[in-house]
Design a protein around this ligand. Sequence first.
Ligand code: C2E
Ligand code: MG
Ligand code: MG
Ligand code: MG
Length: 292
Amino acid sequence: EAKQRGDQRVHAFDHAMEQALEGRLRLETALRQAIDGDQLRLYLQPQVDHRGRLLGAEGLLRWQHPERGLVLPGEFIPLAEETGLILGLGQWVIEEACRYLVGWSRCPQLSRLRLSININVQQLQHPHFVDGVAAALASHGAAAGRLTLELTESLLIDEIDTAAVQLAALRRHGLQLALDDFGTGYSALAYLQRLPLDILKIDRAFVQRLGDQPETLAITRTILQLAEALSLKVVAEGIETPEQHLALEGLGCRIFQGYLFGRPQPREAFEALAKGKAAGYALEASEGRNSS
Ligand code: C2E
Ligand code: MG
Ligand code: MG
Ligand code: MG
């Protein structure tokens, strides 16, 4: 009888495994179809300066699934990374970014906006990545100088020097480079020392602890000083409250991103914000402070 119970357990386990594998396979197939089937969206989250002026946006990937609705990257990027589908997704993001930039360049109210997109390490490590980005920009007629690539601290230390060569080439093409989620990885300082960068993005984990942890304030101040010493711009992300905004401003931060200034939104909504409400938006964001 004990043996029988054991067998049942093994069967239950096999069944769960099978279902998990099947689920992954279904997701993988669906994700492949998403790329060809016009189900991907590049949402835009506003980035503003210290006067509340709109500087541009970060593009964030969404999957508009026919049945499941809007799916967030956390639910499909990990599998895309495992299966190599990330390269196809990444290519789509680059092309879409080019289309946005070209559209903006034709409209006086939008032509100064910058766009920042997220790049996966696998993309960066691909031997033709730099040529691919340059080719996409050229074929669409988009200005490299308006595009920023964000990368996270997920490179291994011994991959840094190879990455640095690729990044230097991208910069020669006129792109700007940002280190995303700064402060959350293991090797933050090694990255700063060895990669050619333009921008540091302070992770929202720091921003959200600013109010209740004095040491977080000290660390954030140090990050800003370090950035200044290295001539890097700083973007603080994940700002949700006016208190967080004020604290960061007090520390000398000049570029902000977070729900307080706008959620990630479809292109049309972002463009309407940039066009129609640009003036009101600036007033609203600098409310209660001197408009220096
Ligand atoms: P990330 O690049 O650090 O993007 C910022 C994330 O924080 C976004 O989540 C954004 O929606 C969220 N966020 C922004 N402001 C706030 C705020 O005030 N409060 C809170 N709680 N969250 C805020 P999202 O869109 O779910 O993206 C998650 C991550 O997925 C991104 O983190 C990025 O690493 C990755 N990702 C997104 N799009 C792409 C893409 O096109 N390619 C690649 N390779 N990765 C992407
Ligand atoms: Mg990012
Ligand atoms: Mg980030
Ligand atoms: Mg992140």
